[in-house]
Design a protein around this ligand. Sequence first.
Ligand code: KG4
Ligand code: ZN
Length: 339
Amino acid sequence: TSEPLVLGIETSCDETGVGIVRGHTLLADAVASSVDEHARFGGVVPEVASRAHLEAMVPTIQRALEQAGVKASDLDGIAVTSGPGLAGALLVGVAAAKAYAYALGKPLYGVNHLASHICVDQLEHGALPEPTMALLVSGGHSSLLLAPDITSDVRPLGATIDDAAGEAFDKVARLLGLGFPGGPAIDRHAREGDPTAIGFPRGLTGPRDPVYDFSFSGLKTAVARWVEARKRAGEPVPVADVSASFQEAVVDVLTRKAVRACRDNGVDHLMIGGGVAANSRLRALAEERCAAAGIVLRVPRPKLCTDNGAMVAALGAEMVARNRAPSALDLSADSSLPV
Ligand code: KG4
Ligand code: ZN
């Protein structure tokens, strides 16, 4: 029997993603992004995102089918992100997936966005060992997840209690005048800076703090105060040093807690996903700390870390391979879907 051929649709935020996989093999990864339309607002505008998804949906599906060189009639299933995410944006993907599944007579699989961020690594490094520990860090979420079964049992151990890690990067980038999205810009400037120049706070790392939760809003405020003080004193803001010191504070906490979660739960594999996983310092420090702790680190290439359709297809293919029940055709989008 051949491996399942699945098309996946992702519209939880500002990327219209359509991917096609056969088992663990990536065949197509088409993405249309509305990020440029949001840039002047400094963040994603839900109404703008929904409209952009609507316009991009059908052409992106067609592009993916062409890229993969497969016929829609040969698919073994259609997978779609049913949540969590922006309600209106999710709805466009779910409606499209239902229409294609119904018209083609194919099973429909509604999948969780966070679980698919983890599952995408199968396209890069092969079958995920179970259990796997996952650190998901993006503009919308920052979570530590323990996954004994990627298709049916993903347990949240901790999450941010305020801003997501990517959100903190974006906000700090904005106050440094670096534009949106801010993560890549901070990453770039940080390479020229000294990560020990300024001692920014590490949120929730005190002895009485929750072990697996994160907090980044205090850090963002500390950076804002530091920058304001500089400006008030009439001194130039050392953008490289601020970027490097801020970035170090974020990735220090992320990697420390992820390694701790692995150790506490006897898990020897850590995967890092989400847009912030593209961060070069996060990758380097995770590499270093995992090696020291005897943990195998798995981080997909940046294009698979940010939102895309291939990750949805990867989880859909896993559901087909494990004979999981398809979703009913009345599947609805759930903006706050838990894992
Ligand atoms: O996963 P993603 O594409 O979308 C969601 O938020 O779901 O993640 C986008 C986030 C943005 O906040 C962006 O600033 C951040 O990921 N990001 C980075 C880097 N590249 C993207 N943050 C830090 N360093 C990077 N190199
Ligand atoms: Zn995401």
